[in-house]
Design a protein around this ligand. Structure first.
Ligand SMILES: Cc1cc2nc3c(=O)[nH]c(=O)nc-3n(C[C@H](O)[C@H](O)[C@H](O)COP(=O)(O)O)c2cc1C
Length: 137
């Protein structure tokens, strides 16, 4: 399968997580692109079989968490009818309702969001490896 990973990272944590996710995906025999949101091509990403979108957590540390504006704007340009999708984030204290909101935005673009994963640092978010295994080949 072709899997596209798009991330927004301010200080490198989400970038590192996304790159580790990409290594895992390619290690399982899939094709994978991993690109920062500012350089991502919506048409190209929309052609992948499965799409993973990640953001760092922006908020007031205990309340009002949200994905970055760039992330949400990019999601709004995608065309994902019937595609498998995952949303993910890195965070420090709480990601609040950020992941469900990202998932809803992806579903509004037609995606079937089957994973919402988070990591408290530059690591593969928990649950992602099992999601990849369930994708099959
Ligand atoms: C302005 C600002 C607001 C943040 N708000 C939150 C927050 O509400 N909750 C949280 O868990 N982390 C928050 N963080 C921490 C980052 O989301 C976290 O460190 C993240 O992993 C950084 O990812 P990056 O290195 O890819 O930019 C905030 C960071 C900044 C700079």
């Amino acid at each position: 399968m072709r899997i596209a990973i798009v991330y927004d990272s301010r200080t490198g944590t989400t970038k590192a997580a996304a790159e580790k996710m990409a290594d895992l995906v390619t290690g399982k025999g899939h094709d994978c692109s991993v690109v920062p949101v500012e350089g991502a091509d919506a048409a190209e990403v929309s052609r992948a079989d499965a799409v993973c979108i990640g953001s760092w957590t922006e908020g007031l540390f205990f309340i009002l968490q949200h994905a970055t504006r760039a992330t949400m704007e990019f999601i709004g340009t995608l065309s994902l009818e019937g595609k498998h999708a995952v949303v993910f984030c890195t965070y420090k204290t709480s990601s609040g309702k950020m992941l469900p909101k990202m998932a809803q935005a992806m579903e509004d673009r037609g995606a079937r969001v089957t994973g919402q994963f988070k990591a408290r640092g530059p690591d593969i978010p928990g649950g992602f490896p099992a999601w990849v295994d369930e994708l099959g080949s």
